[in-house]
Design a protein around this ligand. Structure first.
Ligand SMILES: O=C(O)C(=O)Cc1ccccc1
Length: 319
C-alpha cells in the first residue's frame, strides 16, 4: 500500500466514489491525476496521514445545519502533528433511492449517514412515518448497502449523482430540510510550514482554558477582540478527562503571518495551558477580512518600531 511511483501523491477520502467528500477533493487542483484512496471512516483517513500511507486526507468538519462534525474536531484536537492546508465548501442535497421497482409506501428500513439522516428526518417522518434508520458509513455506502441482502435495507439517503454509480431508482428528490445546506471540508496533512497569506485566510486553533478561573473564556475572547480578529467558529468540546473540562475549537479570520493574528496567538499562548495550532489556509469563500486601521500590519510594525526607538533612545517617547 505504501509503494507509490516517485513524485506521486496519495489522498484519502471517505468513499466509495461519489461522496460529497470526493466532490470536495475534486476542488483541489494539485490532487487532480494523483492517487485517491477511498476509506470507510474518519479514523482511517487520518491514520493514513499519520502513518504516511497518504499525503493528505479530505474530511468533513462543519455542516451549515448541524454545526461542527464533533468526531473530526476531537480527532484534530488529539492527534499530534496534523495541519489543515485547505478549506472547501460543497453544497449538499439528498435523494431517497431504492432497488429498481421499489415503492415508497413499502419503505421500512432506511440506510443513511447520520449527518444526512439528521437533515432529512422531517421529510422521512412525513413520507415514511413507520421507517427505521440504519447507520451507513457514508452517503454512497448507504446506497451500496441496498445490494447487501444481509443488511435488510429498503431505501437509502444518497447524493443526487448516485444513479451514475449504482443501479438504483430515485423515489424522491430534494428531501433535506434546507435546500441551501453546505458542508465545509478541510484537507489535512502532516505538519508542514504554513503557506503565505492570500488576504482571505482562516486560522484554526484548539485552546484549553486555565482551570477554574472566573472569566477565563472572556479573557480568551479578548485576545482576539483587542487585536481586531474576527472569529468565524467557536465551539466547545469536552476534554474527556473529567466532568466540566472543555476545550475550544476556534476559527479566526486571517493568517498567522498577519501581525494582528500573530499577536493574538501570542496572547492566547501566554494564557492557555494547551494550544494546538491547526493551520492558516485560504478561505473557501475567498472573503477578505475587514480590518480597521488600528489592526493592519503597518500599524503593528510602526508601534514596534516606535518601541524599539524608545528603548534605543532614537525616538521621542511621545512619538
Ligand atoms: O461525503 C459524504 O458523502 C459523506 O457521507 C459524509 C457527509 C455526510 C453528510 C453531509 C456531508 C458529508
Amino acid at each position: 500500500m505504501n509503494e507509490r511511483p516517485a513524485g506521486s501523491r496519495r489522498y484519502s477520502y471517505l468513499g466509495p466514489a461519489g461522496t460529497f467528500t470526493e466532490a470536495a477533493l475534486k476542488q483541489v487542483p494539485e490532487a487532480v491525476g494523483e492517487d485517491w484512496r477511498p476509506v470507510a471512516n474518519l479514523g482511517e483517513a487520518l491514520n493514513d496521514v499519520v502513518t504516511g500511507v497518504s499525503d493528505a486526507a479530505m474530511i468533513a468538519i462543519e455542516n451549515s445545519i448541524d454545526g461542527g462534525v464533533t468526531v473530526a474536531q476531537d480527532a484534530l484536537a488529539t492527534i499530534p502533528d496534523l495541519r489543515i492546508v485547505g478549506e472547501y465548501l460543497v453544497p449538499v442535497s439528498f435523494v431517497l433511492v431504492a432497488r429498481p421497482g421499489a415503492r415508497l409506501e413499502d419503505v421500512e428500513v432506511v440506510a443513511a449517514h447520520p449527518v444526512a439522516y439528521g437533515q432529512c428526518r422531517a421529510w422521512l417522518d412525513g413520507n415514511a412515518p413507520g421507517h427505521r434508520h440504519l447507520q451507513a458509513t457514508s452517503n454512497v455506502q448507504a446506497a451500496a448497502d441496498l445490494f447487501d441482502p444481509e443488511k435488510g435495507i429498503d431505501a437509502a439517503i444518497a447524493p443526487p449523482g448516485i444513479a451514475d454509480h449504482y443501479d438504483v431508482e430515485v423515489l424522491a428528490e430534494g428531501i433535506a430540510e434546507n435546500p441551501d445546506a453546505e458542508t465545509r471540508f478541510v484537507l489535512v496533512s502532516r505538519t508542514v510550514p504554513v503557506g503565505e497569506p492570500t488576504g482571505a485566510d482562516k486560522t484554526s486553533l484548539i485552546v484549553e482554558l486555565p482551570d477554574d478561573r472566573a472569566g477565563a473564556l472572556l479573557d480568551l475572547l479578548e485576545q482576539f477582540a483587542t487585536r481586531g480578529v474576527n472569529l468565524t467558529l467557536l465551539a466547545s468540546r469536552p476534554v474527556g478527562d473529567r466532568m466540566g473540562r472543555y476545550r475550544f475549537v476556534i476559527d479566526a479570520e486571517g493568517h498567522v503571518k498577519d501581525e494582528r493574528v500573530a499577536d493574538a496567538l501570542l496572547g492566547v499562548k501566554r494564557f492557555s495551558p494547551n494550544v494546538v495550532f491547526l493551520g492558516s489556509y485560504p478561505r473557501a469563500d475567498r472573503i477578505a477580512a475587514s480590518i480597521r486601521d488600528a489592526h493592519d500590519d503597518g500599524t503593528f510594525r510602526d508601534a514596534r518600531d516606535w518601541l524599539r526607538g524608545v528603548i534605543e533612545g532614537t525616538a521621542d517617547s511621545e512619538g
